[in-house]
Design a protein around this ligand. Structure first.
Ligand SMILES: [Zn+2]
Length: 281
């Protein structure tokens, strides 16, 4: 039984749900709250002696190199969340290559380590992105959310799909699926984010236990802004986006504390690289 923990490192104003109201060009004009929120997460993880994978946005790494170095120095895995947080299927292959390779280089320069993991913004992965990631020497992608209910999630059509959570889709390249809970033939997202904030903790906990009974791995994700009920409120966005972004922000910290107390989590890298290879890097 293995549970894997991931944090997608981006600031509150970079989220897809707020894009209607916040233009990419105006990011610099908003108050950055990522450092304070990451420091809280690092403290909670340290209290339980737990290590995680942090998928860092290149834009954030460029503004906060010391913060990324601090995460790395505390023993967590640094992985890549692209540079500009654009939906992968909205970019040409050339643009995607540019976005992801610039972010990877930045993170490798900051940490002095090799970056092997990638997660697409909003899980917007595509077939051609997988080929590009593997050509850039990534070793895994963790962006596949096999849920049909959500219109923004990506799809993979050219790779073999099976019932495993972690599988080798190309030579030396792994896919790490986000976890879901199967109920009455429906696949419910059970991996974190809004669903973690919305569903009462004891039910969420039962779901994880049931997933771990049926599958080899459980994968959880969360964002720093989800720990921040004091973040500025954006009003002129669609109601369902508002719900997704703002529901139960004040509950995240306590729920997360219980989660990392009840389950023993590891970073993704630990199961992708054999111990020997991990030490060599
Ligand atoms: Zn993101």
């Amino acid at each position: 039984m293995k549970a894997l923990l991931s944090i997608d490192v981006e600031d509150w104003f970079q989220v897809e749900n707020l894009k209607q109201a916040i233009d990419r060009k105006s990011w610099n004009s908003y108050e950055s709250r990522v450092e304070k929120n990451i420091n809280l997460i690092l403290q909670l993880l340290d209290d339980r002696n737990t290590k995680a994978t942090f998928f860092v946005l290149g834009w954030i790494a460029e503004k906060h190199p010391a913060l990324i170095k601090k995460i790395f120095n505390e023993g967590h895995e640094i992985a890549c969340h692209g540079y500009n947080h654009e939906l992968v299927y909205s970019l040409s292959p050339e643009k995607f290559h540019e976005d992801v390779s610039s972010a990877k280089k930045l993170l490798e320069d900051i940490t002095g380590d090799r970056i092997i993991g990638y997660r697409a913004p909003n899980f917007s992965i595509t077939d051609s992105a997988i080929d590009i990631l593997s050509s850039l020497n990534f070793r895994y992608d963790s962006s596949l959310f096999p849920i049909i209910l959500h219109n923004r999630y990506g799809r993979l059509n050219n790779f073999p799909v099976n019932n495993k959570t972690i599988f080798e889709i190309k030579k030396n390249f792994f896919q790490i699926e986000l976890s879901y809970y199967e109920f009455l033939n429906l696949k419910l997202p059970w991996a974190g984010g809004f669903y973690f904030r919305f569903i009462p903790y004891y039910i969420f906990n039962k779901g994880i236990n049931s997933i771990l009974k049926n599958k080899e791995y459980y994968i959880f994700y969360i964002h720093p802004w989800e720990f921040d009920p004091g973040q500025p409120r954006i009003k002129n966005i669609k109601l369902n986006y508002k719900l997704r972004h703002y529901t139960n922000l004040h509950k995240t910290e306590n729920k997360f504390k219980r989660l990392i107390q009840d389950f023993r989590f590891s970073p993704i890298r630990e199961i992708i690289l054999p111990v020997k290879e991990n030490l060599k890097i």
